[in-house]
Every structure is written in structure tokens, then in C-alpha cells.
Design a protein around this ligand. Structure first.
Ligand code: HEC
Length: 146
């Protein structure tokens, strides 16, 4: 009886972890932050929008319909050739994991990336789904692909 109870508790714990824990492998967060489907078109909107990501403040993407695009950060027109979705995800979540001096804001920083709860979702700059929209948009920025 004790063993069964233990197994059930382990299962509950394991499934909760799988849902919310962004695990870092090397320089990437391989698993999406949410199972909900991401949209590259929404990602493009977030990239430009002053109220959400406003990534164009520092980054340029060729062909993007935005009146102003900064060049403080690297150009991202073909970033999908350089970085995998997991590498993009980590850089948007919290670039300071790779470069403590970075001026790029952390968009999904948690106190402890290995133990987070949905209740803290509102404390991040962007939501898990918004991060996934941006990953989807940027992973499609490749040379020769319009
Ligand atoms: C205040 C300026 C600033 C803003 C705003 C900003 N970034 Fe950055 N970003 C940088 C800088 C600078 C780097 C270069 C790496 C570093 O310094 O850590 C960078 C690096 C990156 C990289 C890695 C590029 C590469 O070639 O290695 C990605 C991807 C990225 N940013 C995406 C975004 C997204 C998406 C947003 C908006 C949600 C954003 N950035 C907002 C400054 C910014």
C-alpha cells in the first residue's frame, strides 16, 4: 500500500515538472515553455510591438514593416540559420545566463528556472506562449526564405 501511494505521488510530481520546468541543456532550453501552439505571425507582431517585446528597439530584421529598427543587438534576419529553436528560447528567456553583462532584458526570468509554478507567470515580462511565438517567428528567419 505504501509503495503504491509513493508511486502515485512520484507520478503527480513528474507530470507537474514536465509542464512547467524550463530545463537548460548547454546553451539551449530545448522543450517549449508551453504545449499551446505558437504562431510566427503573432511572433512578428510581438517583435515589433512597443507594448510587448519591442525587440526592434535593438534588433533589425530585413523586410520587416517597422518604421524604426535599432542596431544595438545583432541583426536577426537569418538568425534561424545560426541558432536552433532551443538556443533562441534561452536567449529570449534570459540572455544573462550566457552573458552576465548583456543589456538585453530577460523576458522570462524566474527566480529559479528549475522550480517554477504557474502562479508566477504574471511576474515575467512576456508569457510562456509569447516566448514561443517569438521562437517560432525567429526560427523561420533564414537566408533565402522570405
Ligand atoms: C536593449 C536592447 C535589446 C532588446 C530590447 C532586445 N535585445 Fe536581443 N540582444 C541584444 C544584444 C546586445 C544581443 C547580443 C548578445 C548579448 O549582448 O548578450 C542580443 C542578442 C539576441 C539574440 C541572439 C542573437 C545571436 O545572433 O546570437 C536573440 C535571438 C535576441 N537577442 C532576440 C531578442 C528578442 C526576441 C527580443 C525582444 C523580445 C530582444 N532580443 C530584445 C539587445 C537587445
Amino acid at each position: 500500500m505504501k509503495t503504491i501511494l509513493w508511486a502515485v505521488l512520484m507520478l503527480i510530481g513528474a507530470s507537474a515538472d514536465a509542464e512547467v520546468n524550463p530545463q537548460i541543456f548547454g546553451d539551449a532550453i530545448v522543450a517549449p515553455l508551453t504545449e499551446r501552439p505558437a504562431s510566427a505571425a503573432t511572433g512578428e507582431h510581438l517583435f515589433v510591438s512597443r507594448d510587448s517585446g519591442h525587440c526592434v528597439l535593438c534588433h533589425r530584421v530585413q523586410g520587416l514593416d517597422a518604421p524604426f529598427q535599432g542596431d544595438i543587438g545583432p541583426e536577426l534576419s537569418d538568425v534561424g540559420d545560426r541558432l536552433s529553436p532551443g538556443q533562441l528560447r534561452l536567449r529570449i528567456v534570459d540572455s544573462s545566463i550566457l552573458n552576465a553583462q548583456t543589456i538585453m532584458p530577460p523576458y522570462y526570468r524566474r527566480e529559479n528556472l528549475h522550480r517554477v509554478a504557474n502562479a508566477f507567470e504574471g511576474e515575467t515580462v512576456l508569457t510562456a506562449l509569447q516566448i514561443e511565438h517569438l521562437v517560432s517567428y525567429l526560427s523561420q528567419r533564414r537566408s533565402g526564405v522570405p
